[in-house]
Write a protein of this length. Structure first.
Length: 225
């Protein structure tokens, strides 16, 4: 607001960060759709779309339920899911990622219209697998998940949702309901010109191993838990 006032008073042109991001998103399509196939799962049958980020060659997928042509008229549900090897594959009890993955796919399947975007390079909120394991070791010594990231020289959350936004744009989505307990995801996606019309809450799956972790996300990262 102060910048806008200053620019107006001195007749200086300015743009917001959101406008700059939106422009780059419109002008620089660096996420390319590569393939589409059928994917039957224990949660239901989906179409799976494969994407590649041409800047860093990371691969991402989107599981789609329903007819894309009907999406914007029905306001589909969307899950933007960050890669978590320990939680998604090994069903670690130190986080709730695996539970969130299954719950989101069940919700999307029941709704009959929706998209589940699985983002690579988001391991450990963007610090990578090995650094996440180092953060685990620090947590075993008493640090919380935020302190551990900082001790390793990282911000608490390095994730950016530009790739996910480009995938949704490619699929033709303009507005949707987002399955998340993290308000930062809403801000991140809306910064890329998408409209989140509602937030769909995730159930919280606490256990003795992840209780402190979840409490920290609530208290220090403003997750709605």
């Amino acid at each position: 607001d102060d910048l806008a006032k200053f620019a107006t008073e001195h007749h200086i042109k300015f743009i917001t960060v959101a406008q700059l991001i939106s422009y780059r998103l419109q002008q620089e399509r660096f996420v390319k759709r590569v393939i589409k196939a059928k994917l039957p799962t224990v949660f239901g049958d989906f179409d799976i779309y494969g994407y590649i980020n041409e800047l860093d060659k990371t691969e991402h997928v989107a599981l789609v339920k329903g007819n894309l042509e009907e999406f914007n008229s029905r306001v589909p549900v969307v899950r933007m899911h960050s890669e978590c090897l320990t939680g998604d594959i090994f069903h670690s009890l130190r986080c709730d990622c695996g539970n969130q993955l299954g719950t989101a796919l069940e919700v999307i399947n029941q709704e009959g219209t929706g998209v589940f975007v699985y983002l690579k390079a988001h391991e450990g909120r963007g610090i990578g697998l090995i650094n996440k394991l180092k953060a685990y070791a620090l947590q075993e010594k008493g640090e919380d998940t935020v302190q551990a990231n900082i001790s390793l020289g990282f911000a608490p959350d390095l994730r950016d949702y530009g790739v996910g936004a480009q995938i949704l744009h490619d699929l033709g989505l303009e507005k949707f309901r987002l399955i998340t307990n993290n308000p930062r995801k809403i801000i991140g996606l809306e910064g890329y010109g998408l409209e989140v019309v509602d937030r769909v809450s995730m159930p919280v799956c606490k256990n003795k191993y992840n209780e402190y972790y979840l409490d920290t996300k609530r208290d220090k990262m403003n997750h709605i838990l």
